[in-house]
Design a protein around this ligand. Structure first.
Ligand SMILES: *Cc1c(COP(=O)(O)O)cnc(C)c1O
Length: 407
């Protein structure tokens, strides 16, 4: 495809108008929205308003008058349509790791007599670390690692819970949520989905897939900003049975402002709260969701597949490059991972040219495609820059080999 053909696709792109909702720097093609989403243009003003008006002027009155207390629920109801959940099944709080700790512990308690938590050994490591932490608290429990392809071989009568990422953070592989959930449940276990890399990237159907629990973050495709709070989902059939999570803090209490000495959990999803909400991050999430409420997720998915198809077609065959992301649409999230033996300096050289992707050891260059703020021409330009970096060999320069704390 030529650059002119890409420009023609942009001219008829139904999502093109969303680009101006984001404050992206000039001269940058941002392909890392799968790691830290771009800044929505209205977020700075909204955060300023919460800081100066709700906090600075109204002070503690804002807990009631600005609806601070309700915010974790209100934001949960707004995330629900993005993940195929009911409004009462989602709440915004804490971080993905902390939320996984809570739902995994609640899930293990629902399967007494079973001891195994099954996970993907290649999963985002925090999920594995949390599984280790949780199983360490239960007599006889253990964490077993496999691959999604080998899952069925491990689904024996000791498996209590399976935790999987809907989209793999490295390869961008998308798993079959309803199919896997059904097989896990047929074996008597519960299914927890981590949707960090799929929320805002494609339509998700937690209810229709009969998922038991889910966790996800808001700072990737949802663009809520660094450290913005995460969310958790609990299927209503479990909520009805009063599940118990271990971080029984005051915000999960039925009457937090009665300051009673004993813990009495709230009814419903609120019992999964622990602490005061981080309201500045939540304010940023609110402006981001204003954008998502106007975006058609099917259009987002269609454009995401078109952008990733385009990028794969333009870069495959480049010297030293191997496409690690599945070709089949049904197995692809919204990122493309390319293997290259010297991926780290190649990504650094690309960043110097204004094309921002990232690198995951040992050899994966990751490029995230965010249909709300990327054009077809952006993708064409990024592929051209990658070809030039490889053709010129400029990535061999010494300065591209130095590693920062965060890759
Ligand atoms: C980004 C990500 C996280 C982030 O965890 P935090 O506790 O919010 O820092 C967790 N799991 C997966 C799969 C992720 O992609």
């Amino acid at each position: 495809m030529t650059r002119e053909e890409c420009a023609a696709l942009d001219a008829v792109d139904p999502l093109a108008a969303f680009r101006k909702e984001f404050a992206l720097p000039e001269g940058v093609v941002y392909l890392d929205g799968n790691s830290l989403g771009a800044l929505p243009a209205r977020t700075p003003e909204r955060v300023r308003q919460v800081v100066e008006e709700e906090w600075g002027r109204e002070l503690i009155r804002s807990w009631n008058e600005a609806g601070w207390f309700e915010q974790p629920y209100r934001l949960g109801r707004r995330i629900a349509p993005l993940i195929g959940a009911g409004p009462e099944e989602v709440v915004v709080c804490d971080t993905t790791s902390v939320n996984l700790f809570k739902v995994l512990t609640a899930a293990l308690r629902l399967r007494p007599g079973r001891h195994t938590v099954l996970g993907d050994g290649a999963a985002f490591p925090t999920d594995l670390y949390i599984a280790e932490g949780v199983t360490g608290l239960f007599e006889g429990a253990r964490s077993v690692l496999t691959t999604p392809g080998e899952l069925d071989r491990h689904l024996d009568a000791d498996v209590a819970v399976v935790v999987l990422s809907h989209v793999d953070y490295r390869t961008g592989e998308l798993l079959d949520m309803p199919g896997i959930t059904a097989r896990v449940q047929a074996a008597g276990a519960l299914m927890i989905w981590d949707v960090c890399h799929s929320v805002g990237a494609l339509p998700i159907e937690l209810d229709a897939s009969n998922a038991d629990f889910a966790v996800g973050c808001t700072y990737k495709y949802l663009n809520a900003g660094p450290g913005a709070p995460a969310f958790l989902y609990v299927a209503r059939r479990h909520l009805a049975a009063g599940p118990r999570q271990p971080l029984s803090g005051w915000f999960g209490h039925a009457r937090p402002f009665a300051f009673e000495p004993g813990y009495d959990p709230r009814e419903g999803i609120g019992r999964f709260l622990t602490s005061s909400p981080s309201l500045l991050g939540q304010a940023a999430l609110g402006t981001s969701l204003d954008i998502w409420e106007r975006a058609d997720l099917d259009a987002v998915r269609a454009k995401s597949l078109a952008l990733t198809d385009l990028f794969i077609a333009l870069v495959e065959g480049l010297e030293g490059i191997e496409v690690a992301t599945p070709r089949e649409h049904a197995r692809r999230g919204s990122q493309v991972a390319l293997r290259h033996a010297d991926g780290y300096p190649v990504v650094q050289a690309l960043i110097e040219r204004g094309v921002i992707g990232d690198f995951r050891a040992p050899d994966l260059m990751r490029f995230g495609f965010t249909p709300l703020y990327l054009s077809y021409v952006d993708v064409w330009d990024a592929a051209r820059q990658l070809a030039e970096v490889l053709e010129t060999g400029e990535w061999r320069a010494e300065r591209f080999g130095r590693r920062g704390e965060v890759t």
